[in-house]
Design a protein around this ligand. Structure first.
Ligand code: NIG
Ligand code: FE
Length: 445
């Protein structure tokens, strides 16, 4: 008889495990199909899921565990993946929030030199340590609200040195914080003031200097922090993706194409900020034709472009907190995308201008009401599809054997409450790589 494996941790008395599943992004109707097990348990070994199923079965399969955790009959879902954040910034934009409440638009404020440039000034002036400590607090909040993996963009530096400082901050936070971060280079977030009136010269700088430098840069990581048992040292890329803000007042379609093409040649994968505002410039089509991993915002996108996207491997990332944050009522035509057979993910867009929210739960609540997703579709979009939107779908985003044990015990016996009950935090316990990271040891009762 085979020896039964021993688990490090057994989570038992789980009222309901709910998860999307699959080796590819969930598309169309698949987004509404979840796997559910009641009266369940999960066994974890070396940070990964070793067994899942009805509790007696999991107990029979494992040789007991070093540690047993009673979920108290509550529901367990995968840790959230937030595939679009501007986590790193200094300063704040409260005055602009008030200006908008009095009627100024986001694009007007940006054209007058405020908006992104406001944050660029503060971010350039901040030291690396200041950036890390300010962003660390936001990352703590993301974790508290259940996010266990997130993408983070540069884009408030807009010079080679300041963009590198932001990428350094992402890397330092990834190393020091339980939330895993996936870095994106967004040098094309705005045209900096020193290039005012000559945007193409700034595009030259991005293409000729920034992209080559970013694509070459690697961070050296010692094995202890990578959990890589074979390689004592590994090298992480400074950025995995290149993103462009293609919008009136930011970068044109032609400029975006130049930047994305250079990034692709340099080995970066592509993401696009497309159709956040009207009129749509064609960036969704550009993203699809360039085989971008995701196209994000997609609010003013035309029905023909949504159809094109739905029939492509590119994942549509909706950021419903952004129109909400701007006090606007126009959202991604998500139903069209899903009903057309496409793959949709949700993200916060966490940033100081349009959406200061760390909560994927709030994005699910908004997605159901403003875009008519079902709670099941919203969970798929906030977990497995979100993981695929940042190239992590093989490792995180669902509760499947072999995947990272990134799990949430929620304060409810039904996962649907994550969307139904809003404006509050339903996350009770967060597991990252099989370890309880929240509540922290000193706050556990
Ligand atoms: O995704 N649109 C571009 N970037 C952000 C806003 C950044 C900012 O205003 O600081 C967004 O909405
Ligand atoms: Fe964004």
């Amino acid at each position: 008889m085979r020896n039964k494996p021993t688990a490090d941790t057994l989570i038992f008395n789980i009222g309901q495990i709910t998860t999307a599943r699959g080796a590819t992004p969930r598309r169309g109707k698949e987004m509404n199909t979840l796997y559910q097990i009641t009266n369940a348990a999960i066994a974890i070994q070396k940070g990964r899921i070793m067994a899942i199923g009805p509790e007696p079965l999991v107990r029979a399969e494992t040789q007991g565990a070093e540690q047993e955790i009673n979920a108290g009959g509550k529901a367990v879902v995968p840790g959230f993946v937030d595939p679009h954040t501007h986590l790193i910034w200094a300063g704040e934009r409260r005055d602009e929030f008030e200006m908008r409440l009095r009627g100024a638009t986001y694009l007007e404020i940006m054209a007058a030199g405020g908006g992104i440039m406001n944050t660029v000034q503060a971010t350039r002036a901040a030291t690396l340590n200041e950036l890390v400590s300010q962003s660390h607090r936001r990352l703590d909040k993301m974790l508290a609200y259940g996010t266990t993996t997130a993408e983070a963009k540069s884009g408030y530096g807009l010079s080679l040195a300041a963009e590198m400082k932001m990428l350094d901050a992402i890397h330092l936070l990834d190393e020091s914080h339980p939330v895993d971060l996936v870095p994106t280079f967004l040098g094309a977030h705005a045209v900096p003031t020193e290039y005012a009136g000559e945007p193409d010269a700034y595009v030259d700088l991005i293409v000729n200097e920034m992209i080559p430098a970013v694509a070459e840069m690697r961070y050296r990581v010692e094995a202890a922090s990578t959990e890589n048992e074979r390689d004592p040292v590994s090298y992480l890329p400074a950025a995995e993706f290149c993103d462009v803000f293609c919008e009136r007042g930011a970068f044109t379609l032609e400029q975006s194409h130049r930047i994305l093409h250079a990034a692709q040649q340099a080995g970066l994968k592509l993401k696009v900020h497309a159709d956040e505002f009207a009129p749509p410039l064609g960036a969704t089509t550009l993203a699809v034709t360039m085989n971008a991993i995701s196209v994000d915002h997609i609010v003013s996108t035309t029905p023909a472009q949504i159809k094109l996207l739905a029939n492509s491997p590119t994942i549509g990332v909706s950021l419903p907190g952004t129109p909400f944050g701007l006090g606007e009522m126009r959202f991604t035509p998500a139903r069209q995308l899903i009903d057309g057979g496409g793959a949709l993910a949700l993200a916060t867009d966490l940033n100081p201008g349009t959406c200061w929210s760390e909560s994927m739960q709030f994005m699910m609540a908004l997605a159901c009401r403003a875009m008519h997703l079902t709670p099941a579709e919203a969970l798929t979009a906030a977990t497995l599809n979100a993981a695929f939107a940042i190239g992590r779908g093989k490792w995180v985003g669902s509760i499947e054997i072999g995947k990272a044990a990134d799990l949430l015990i929620i304060d409810s016996d039904d996962y649907r409450d994550l969307a139904y009950h809003f404006g509050t935090n339903l996350v009770k316990t967060v597991f990252k790589h099989g370890k309880i990271v929240l509540p922290s040891a000193e706050n556990r009762t």
